[in-house]
Design a protein around this ligand. Structure first.
Ligand code: PEP
Ligand code: MG
Length: 306
């Protein structure tokens, strides 16, 4: 099991390396242009990704393509105000619409891929046609680079964020067409429970222990594994101390978390007995309410761990 870090800039990689983290499970590239008036050019992105890959040496660097929109509004995209930004013009939807922006980023990622262990991942995919379109753009860009005699990793791994319930439900089909999954629980929970993750009035309804959320996560892990691909998680709950044992017992392959928490998460995982927890996952998933789930984790899993 790997424990890696989520970053928004290459400066945070030092922290991951100091904590003996296993790489970067999520590079949120939209943070490169959050307070800027323009998007970074291909060359600017190439320099940043190359530097990040070189710092990590052979440890993986999963670069997520631009995930603007929702709660991450970018001035440079001149986004209009929307009624429902969380389910609006955001993530891969923008990149499919603004293919020149997408292509520049993919060129930068591919060019940097010959300097380290880079993988790429698409956010907010909601159907297979989008994934196939994105993979076609990657193929087109690869051909451009070949014609220009630019070196890159021809076998770069491509994954998707599983953060929309439709993708989780249909994850068996998606698993046949990608190299890895990364479960984005921040969005997956908000969409599964229909709770805006930014609305304080309903924050109490945002609940990672909801049986529906945990069943969905287990379903995605099983579907990924049945198709032979690893399943990672880069949402906040990958760092939730009560859920780490549960996710480990469900077979999650990588926990990508806040770099500051890598050391203690690695320590916690090293103390866990997979067999003991795995035997209790079926009982956990039979429970009806989030209170029962939390109580079960406290009494049957956490209290008996050490
Ligand atoms: C997520 O949705 O879980 C995720 C990691 O992406 P973000 O928080 O950037 O939307
Ligand atoms: Mg997300």
């Amino acid at each position: 099991v790997h424990v890696s870090g989520n970053i928004g800039s290459s400066q945070e990689i030092d922290k991951i390396l100091l904590s003996n983290g296993d790489g970067v499970g999520l590079f949120r590239t939209e943070f490169l242009c959050m307070d800027k008036d323009s998007l970074p050019t291909e060359e600017e992105q190439f320099i940043i990704y190359k530097h990040a890959a070189e710092m990590l040496k052979d440890k993986p660097l999963i670069i997520r393509t631009l995930d603007a929109g929702g709660d991450k509004e970018l001035r440079s995209l001149r986004q209009q105000k929307e009624e429902n930004p969380a389910i609006g013009y955001r993530g891969i939807r923008i990149c499919i619409d603004r293919v020149e922006v997408f292509k520049a980023q993919i060129r930068a990622i591919l060019r940097a891929s010959s300097f380290g262990n880079i993988k790429m991942m698409f956010p907010m995919i909601s159907n297979l046609n989008q994934l196939r379109y994105c993979k076609k753009v990657v193929e087109d860009v690869k051909n451009e680079l070949i014609n220009e005699s630019v070196e890159f990793n021809h076998n770069i791994e491509i994954g998707i964020m599983v953060e929309i319930p439709a993708v989780a439900i249909n994850s068996k089909s998606f698993a046949k067409e990608v190299d890895f999954f990364s479960i984005g629980t921040n969005d997956l929970i908000q969409f599964t429970l229909a709770v805006d993750r930014c609305n304080e009035n309903i924050a109490h309804l945002y609940n990672q222990y909801d049986p529906a959320v945990l069943k969905l996560i287990k379903f995605v892990i099983d579907n990924g594994h049945s198709e032979g691909i690893p399943v990672n998680m880069c949402g906040e709950i990958a760092g939730d101390k009560k859920l780490i044992p549960v996710l480990y017992g469900m077979g999650l392959d990588e926990f990508s978390i806040n770099p500051g928490n890598i050391m203690e998460t690695k320590y916690l995982i090293s103390k866990l007995s997979k067999e003991y927890i795995t035997e209790r996952i079926d009982n956990l998933l039979k429970l009806d309410t989030s209170e029962e789930v939390e109580n079960y984790i406290d009494t049957h899993i956490i209290n008996n761990l050490f």
